[in-house]
Design a protein around this ligand. Structure first.
Ligand SMILES: Cc1cc2nc3c(=O)[nH]c(=O)nc-3n(C[C@H](O)[C@H](O)[C@H](O)COP(=O)(O)O)c2cc1C
Length: 178
C-alpha cells in the first residue's frame, strides 16, 4: 500500500476481529516499522513486547469492558519506555515522543498489512491494569508499558473519522493568515 493511502486508511478500530490469526512474520514486520521511526538523539528508547501467547491473550482480553478490539485481539504489541525517562539533550528526555513516533509507524504498517488496531494509551496508564499486564510479560519495575496496540483483522467495516480541513489547521508563513 502506498504511504499516502495508508495515512487515509489508518483509523482507530475498536470493534471485533475475525478468527484470522496475525502471523509472526507480520508481527515482526510491524515492530520493525516501529523501530525505523525517528527518536530523540536517535536513542531508539522504545522497546516492544509482542504478545501472541494464548494464555496471556485470554487474560488481557477480559480486562477492557468497552473495547472489543482489546477483547478479541489476536496479538498485542506493548510499547515500553523507562519509568524514569533519561535526559539525553539539554536536560530533556524524549521517550514519550519516541514511543509515539514508533506507534504511528506501526499503525501505518498494521493498516498496510490489512489489519486494524487502536492506540490504547489512557486505559493502560491506570496503574492497576498496567501492573497486571506488566506482570504477565515479566516487565522489570524500571520499565512501564506506555501504549498497547491490539491487532487483528477487522470484522466490521469502519473508516477514518472526518479530519478538519487544511485551512482550519495550517497556513503558509503566518499563523491563521490566508
Ligand atoms: C496520544 C493518544 C492517545 C490515545 N488514547 C486512546 C485510548 O486510550 N483509547 C482509545 O480507544 N483510543 C485512543 N486514541 C485514539 C484516538 O481516540 C483517535 O486517534 C482519535 O479519536 C481519532 O480517530 P482516528 O485514529 O480513527 O483517526 C489515542 C490516540 C492518541 C494519539
Amino acid at each position: 500500500m502506498e504511504v499516502f493511502e495508508a495515512f487515509r486508511k489508518r483509523h482507530s478500530y475498536r470493534f471485533g476481529y475475525t478468527d484470522q490469526n496475525v502471523s509472526r512474520e507480520d508481527l515482526v514486520k510491524i515492530v520493525e516499522a516501529g523501530m525505523l521511526a525517528p527518536s530523540g538523539k536517535n536513542c531508539q528508547t522504545t522497546e516492544f513486547v509482542i504478545i501472541d501467547d494464548k494464555n496471556i491473550l485470554d487474560k488481557i482480553s477480559q480486562m477492557h469492558p468497552s473495547n472489543q478490539a482489546m477483547q478479541q485481539a489476536k496479538a498485542y504489541i506493548a510499547c515500553i519506555v523507562n519509568r524514569e525517562p533519561e535526559a539525553v539533550y539539554e536536560g530533556l528526555a524524549f521517550e514519550v515522543e519516541d514511543c509515539a513516533a514508533a506507534t504511528e509507524n506501526m499503525l501505518l504498517a498494521i493498516t498496510s498489512l490489512g489489519y486494524a488496531s487502536v492506540w490504547v494509551d489512557g486505559w493502560i496508564r491506570d496503574s492497576h491494569r498496567n501492573k497486571e499486564i506488566s506482570g504477565l510479560i515479566g516487565l522489570p519495575d524500571n520499565k512501564v508499558i506506555r501504549i498497547i496496540l491490539p491487532i487483528g483483522v477487522a470484522a466490521k467495516e469502519t473508516s477514518q473519522p472526518t479530519k478538519k480541513d487544511f485551512a482550519q489547521r495550517a497556513w503558509f508563513n503566518s499563523y491563521k493568515k490566508v
